[in-house]
Write a new protein. Structure first.
Length: 579
């Protein structure tokens, strides 16, 4: 045998394969990450056995900088990751020619693999044969590795890396491919870097609190923060400094492995990043937004829509980051694209593709059902929108509808079909009863919202606009008209035409099917797309809908309102509204 693939792994270690070192040639078998999701050429991260003979695996960045190890082999497990041995049986072999490990599974029926990811993590995955999808069950190290020079990892973003303030990705193509392990570069050069030094405002420091400090600091004998900053400012090669009870530290090369930490993390420290005067707070906001808009306009040069989120929203940052992380990973013709974003203190801006026909307040299209079907079934993640309503459906120049506002959306993992939360968010009138009352949500929650939306569009009436009437909402009104064989009277007069009556009645039937009280009775989005696209297929008879009025929901959630989860308009809880 001259060659076998097991001896030349890429990013994946399979059961039975060797991963070790050939002592005769010195060649180490390495797991090497992909460069990006579309390029399997070698990336920045590698895993291999320690050539020093410690019988442990080490992970390196750029093939040189060691930042994680498995710990020494103890005969049955690795010292730092004993949990790996709960699933795998490792076997160690060593003689004068080679040293290597192999592994097998205790349960041979399970299909599994170990992968080194583009973010620098060793990921144990198992395959669900019924869905033919991979689920991660073990990750080391727990945090992503390096985000690249002058990048910082964030726990709150699904896209976990970003450039430090004053820096931008070296290659916008890499960031579009979710590959953040490349350099971030300064937008504006330091004054001291000009030769001769330029005139104007001097460089300054940006205070960045609550972080894990970068790797490889250089100690400096300063007795105070002021002295530490002064020494760094006088040396143009100094990129950042920090001061603590252990003294002054400086960084003269690229800042690597910075991480945002939670406020209650005992390892958090403050760092002072040297920036050009134009990039410091108060002076950089306009230029930063201008740069982001220019970058977004570089996609074929189209018009943009900038959404400014309310400064008064105390819960806005989580939803803002959630929307960025979700929508940036989704691509569908019926989902609005986010082209950029900007966070500056309490200012939060989103840059959307421009929808010239505003929001869906008068029309309903199959495209919305197609967009939801993609979220529920065909996207990379199973996503529940949780806030589907007319104002979150935008229309482009050809009146194609697109779903927007993913601030409330949630990802479902694996075979998960239902989740529970103590924090009910969304808009009254569109929330399914099981979610509004009990905090239970699933794909059927979005189906309920879609049904409300469909009935609103057909009737020209809002679900919550029936105050002091009997019934108190559109669902009850539609149900009464349907049972009395007067459903045609429900249709908005601007839509009534003899040729369209049967189609509109079909929409009402579908809408009532979507808002049935029991979630299991509601159709899936796949069923709904079929119902909308096939006029000849017979439709089931709907059961009684949930008479979930805004009054009863507000009463049921009175405890949530008293804790401050409700916004000032009294109709929506935990919503971010543009101003």
């Amino acid at each position: 045998m001259y060659w076998q693939s097991f001896d030349h792994p890429t990013d994946t270690w399979l059961p039975g394969a060797k991963l070790g070192i050939d002592k005769r040639t010195g060649k180490i078998q390495l797991l090497t990450s992909w460069k990006n999701p579309d390029d399997p050429s070698p990336g920045l991260f590698s895993v291999g056995i320690d050539p020093g003979g410690s019988n442990e695996y080490v992970m390196k960045w750029n093939m040189s900088t060691r930042y994680w190890s498995s710990g020494v082999w103890q005969g049955q497990f690795f010292n730092f990751v004993p949990e790996l041995s709960h699933t795998y049986r490792f076997n160690f072999f060593s003689d004068e020619n080679e040293t290597y490990f192999t592994y097998s599974l205790f349960n041979p029926v399970i299909v599994s693999r170990l992968v080194v990811t583009m973010s620098g993590q060793l990921n144990q995955q198992v395959c669900h044969r019924d869905l033919w999808s991979w689920e991660s069950i073990f990750v080391q190290p727990k945090e992503p590795a390096y985000c690249g020079p002058f990048g910082i990892s964030s726990k709150n973003l699904l896209t976990f890396c970003k450039c430090l303030q004053g820096f931008e990705p070296y290659s916008t193509e890499n960031t579009r491919l979710d590959q953040w392990s490349y350099s971030c570069v300064r937008r504006a050069p330091l004054q001291c870097e000009d030769n001769p030094p330029s005139k104007g405002n001097r460089d300054g420091f940006l205070h960045i609190p609550d972080v894990k400090l970068p790797a490889d600091p250089t100690p400096y004998p300063a007795q105070s923060l002021k002295t530490c900053k002064s020494a760094c400012m006088q040396n143009c090669s100094c990129k950042a400094c920090a001061y603590s009870s252990t003294g002054c530290s400086m960084w003269f090369g690229a800042l690597l492995n910075m991480q945002e930490l939670r406020i209650n993390d005992n390892n958090k420290q403050d760092i002072y990043l040297k920036l050009a005067a134009s990039e410091l707070p108060g002076k950089a906001q306009k230029s930063r937004l201008r740069i982001i808009v220019e970058q977004a306009q570089s996609f074929g040069g189209q018009e943009l829509a900038v959404k400014r989120l309310s400064k008064r929203s105390g819960q806005g940052l989580e939803e803002f980051r959630n929307e960025i992380g979700l929508i940036s990973k989704l691509q569908h013709r019926n989902l609005v694209r986010v082209l950029g974003c900007c966070i500056e203190q309490d200012e939060k801006l989103l840059i959307y593709e421009y929808m010239p026909n505003k929001s869906l307040d008068s029309f309903i299209f199959e495209g919305i059902a197609q967009g939801l079907l993609y979220l529920h079934q065909y996207s990379r993640f199973r996503i529940i929108h949780r806030d589907l309503k007319a104002s979150n459906i935008l229309l482009d120049g050809e009146m194609n509808p697109k779903i927007s506002d993913f601030g409330m959306a949630r990802i479902f993992g694996g075979n998960e079909s239902e989740a529970n939360t103590n924090r009910v968010v969304g808009t009254f009138g569109y929330m399914a009863p099981e979610y509004a009352m009990e905090g239970l949500f699933s794909v059927k929650s979005d189906v309920f919202s879609f049904g409300v939306l469909l009935l609103e569009i057909v009737s020209g009436k809002k679900n919550t606009g029936f105050y002091n009437k009997d019934p108190l909402n559109l669902l009850g009104h539609a149900w009464g008209m349907w049972n009395a064989d007067r459903a045609l009277e429900l249709i908005d007069s601007v839509l009534v035409h003899p040729s369209s009556a049967s189609t509109l009645l079909r929409y009402i039937n579908i809408g009532l099917l979507c808002v049935q009280e029991n979630p299991s009775d509601r159709p899936t989005m796949s069923d709904i797309v079929s119902m909308l696209s096939n006029d000849l297929a017979a439709l089931p008879t709907p059961k009684q809908p949930a008479f979930c009025t805004s009054r009863s929901v507000m009463k049921a959630n009175s405890s949530a309102n008293s804790t401050g989860n409700c916004s000032v308009n009294g109709l929506t809880i935990s919503r971010i509204e543009p101003r």
